[in-house]
Design a binder for this molecule. Sequence first.
Ligand code: ADP
Ligand code: ADP
Length: 230
Amino acid sequence: MALVQASGLHKTYRTGDVSVHAVRGVDFSIESGGFVAFVGPSGSGKSTVLNMIGCLDRPTGGTLRVLDTDVASLGRREAADFRGANLGFVFQDFNLIPVLSAAENIEYPLLMVQNWPLAQRRARVAELLEAVGIADRADKRPDQLSGGQKQRVAVARALASKPKLVLADEPTANLDHVTALRIIDLMKAMRDEFGTTFVFSTHDPRIVDAAEEVFHLEDGRIVNGAGGTA
Ligand code: ADP
Ligand code: ADP
């Protein structure tokens, strides 16, 4: 059973009389442990696909199963619960909480979303700080961290509750070349270590090179899926 399975997936945005067909009937499946990228020009539908997988946006047609759940049928509250229980997110602008330290940012979902007990939270945060290579920056706030360090915190936070699936929207867009390569390596190492599936939306050819499967979107359609499932 694939981790993510989309069939005839559609998304149409309606604003007044105007309809934008952002995603026009795409089929794909993503296996557990995958390192998968959706690529394509600006406006081709990458973020929309990622947002539907992440239950931030609902399909208007077709079927989408994520972790064996029909996510199109989830209500707003159920979608939020599903996200908190099963998914991690990494964003291009890091989205860290400025007043919290690196360690506290990583701990935050364990405390606020999953309610782990203190001892487990501390153990998991220590493990993650080590895994992403910033144990020595644990007490620093985001404004005291470099871009690469901030994205390491964000990757650790996304992984904190051991989600099966992490969705990363342009995670290297605000990083310099060397840092971007390091962050891609880091995410792959985290996939190898924790078995977490990573799905990217990106323009970044370095992510395309690192990906094991690439779905090329154009105008809301998959125009080829190197590796086959398109
Ligand atoms: P990409 O991530 O590849 O740049 P998007 O998925 O963001 O593409 O956008 C696909 C299309 O859907 C674009 O034409 C975009 O303008 C449109 N779109 C995206 N989000 C919305 C929205 N919330 N309302 C209306 N149109 C949208
Ligand atoms: P792994 O499966 O990676 O070997 P473990 O299951 O041994 O990891 O857990 C690693 C850390 O996460 C431990 O501190 C453990 O107590 C904590 N942990 C794992 N799952 C939960 C959970 N559902 N609630 C609270 N703590 C958890």
